[in-house]
Design a binder for this molecule. Structure first.
Ligand SMILES: C[S@@+](CC[C@H](N)C(=O)[O-])C[C@H]1O[C@@H](n2cnc3c(N)ncnc32)[C@H](O)[C@@H]1O
Length: 225
């Protein structure tokens, strides 16, 4: 890992579960999306700004929102242009000086991410953890739990087995859970909210859209003290 002006870089712009075509389709719609409800919901349960990690930060809307609210933020993504976009979004919202002081960009796959024990008040992982290879999920989750302070919050999504991305991805490149497995993952958490959503939708550029079946668990949970 190299540190360049607060930017940690581990070259790895290849995510088997989230190839660049999938990223491009997401990005086409990303600008029209509001800040993730799971993040906004989580923030309502936190008294004061602290230290957050945004795993799979994408173009950085949530990163910028956290900085705007006074947080220190680590923005993590496997695509270098995403951590750069997150940095640009941050500068637009809080300016260069605050961005340099409070944002650390980390270019790495989530499977190689870890943070010091009990160092984080919040982990946000918006539609990113499902793209961790199945064999890596357990240790990624262990790292998330270890990094959260007792009483800190996890906010993000996991996928269910019926999500159509799973059958369209190389075997083992993603992970999925049943409702019961999600509850097992959250065994050391107080669940603030957990909603299972299944619906048909689309991804992609209008005029060239692809059908997409979503099977998503939206989670806000507090690590036990
Ligand atoms: C669907 S986008 C979501 C972005 C943003 N978090 C949001 O909620 O809109 C998924 C993001 O996670 C990143 N990502 C997916 N799998 C990843 C992995 N295994 N390691 C690191 N980043 C990953 C992608 O590059 C992309 O920027």
């Amino acid at each position: 890992m190299r540190h360049i002006d607060g930017h940690v870089n581990e070259r790895s712009d290849c995510v088997p579960g989230f190839p660049s075509e999938r990223l491009e389709r997401y990005l086409h719609r990303a600008l029209t999306l509001p800040i993730r409800d799971t993040l906004i919901g989580a923030l309502a349960h936190i008294e004061r700004p602290g230290v957050a990690s945004d795993l799979g930060c994408g173009p950085g809307k949530e990163v910028a929102e956290l900085l705007r609210r006074g947080w220190r933020v680590e923005a993590v993504d496997a695509y270098e242009h995403m951590v750069q976009a997150a940095r640009a979004a941050a500068i637009q919202v809080v300016g260069e000086q605050e961005t340099s002081a409070r944002l650390c960009c980390v270019h790495t796959p989530i499977a190689r991410w870890a943070a010091p024990a009990h160092s984080l008040d919040l982990v946000h992982a918006g539609f990113s953890l499902p793209f961790v290879a199945a064999q890596d999920f357990a240790h990624v989750w262990k790292n998330i739990v270890a990094a959260l302070k007792p009483g800190a919050i996890f906010a993000g999504q996991l996928f269910g087995h019926n999500d159509s991305f799973l059958s369209q991805s190389p075997a083992g490149s993603m992970n999925a859970h049943t409702h019961a497995q999600v509850m097992e993952v959250l065994v050391n958490f107080q669940v603030i909210s957990m909603a299972e959503e299944e619906r048909d939708g689309v991804v992609g550029i209008p005029g060239n859209e692809q059908a997409k079946h979503w099977h998503v668990f939206h989670i806000i949970a507090r690590r036990a003290t």
